[in-house]
Design a binder for this molecule. Sequence first.
Ligand code: GTP
Ligand code: MG
Length: 207
Amino acid sequence: MAVKPQFKVRFAGSYTTFKDMPQTAKPEFAFIGRSNVGKSSLINMLIGQNIAKTSAKPGKTQTINLYNVEDKWYLADLPGYGYAKTAKTKRQTWQKMIADYLLKRPELANVFILIDSRLEPQPIDHDFIQWAGKNQIPFAIVFTKTDKISKNELKKVVTQWQKLLSTEWEELPEMFISSAKTKVGRKELLTFIGYVINQITQSTHKF
Ligand code: GTP
Ligand code: MG
């Protein structure tokens, strides 16, 4: 896929259940991670325009927000997990909404699990990665906000994750470093998305 400065993007809708989502028959890439980790910012960085709403306050994205990219693929901006200020019942509803979407959406091609590069491995992210792995959901890890730390600090946290995951996995998942501010990782992530799209369209008749 050509890495354009800006892609032609259309907002396709907001959903509270995957059942209401359209059958697009196009590869879909979802972004998940803790509230405030930078999901919406990363989507904007990748597509080269501010279409997904971001906020300094956690809990901004509360629905599954779908974006059509060039009529060829889709991006799904998901609400964050682990937002403590939300009422427990609402949190459970969100969790079910996200789990259902990830387990049942036929279009789902890959989930980017975003991790704040400033923190050492957190149980909540680790649990989510385990859950995705056990359920055979295709995923890659993206470290966010790398502009806020030094190269050494970044190396340290990436190594910590590699060590942790290699005790449980034979093969490590793809890992990317990113910054919505400096656009680090943009080319790599878009190249990966292009690669996954090619794999899917060549290897199956699903789309
Ligand atoms: P929710 O929708 O609440 O779950 O959050 P989110 O994961 O979508 O985070 P969002 O993109 O709204 O970003 C949260 C805050 O982090 C905002 O103030 C962003 O400007 C900031 N932010 C996100 N990515 C980066 C980054 O790469 N670098 C820096 N410096 N700030 C970032
Ligand atoms: Mg968001």
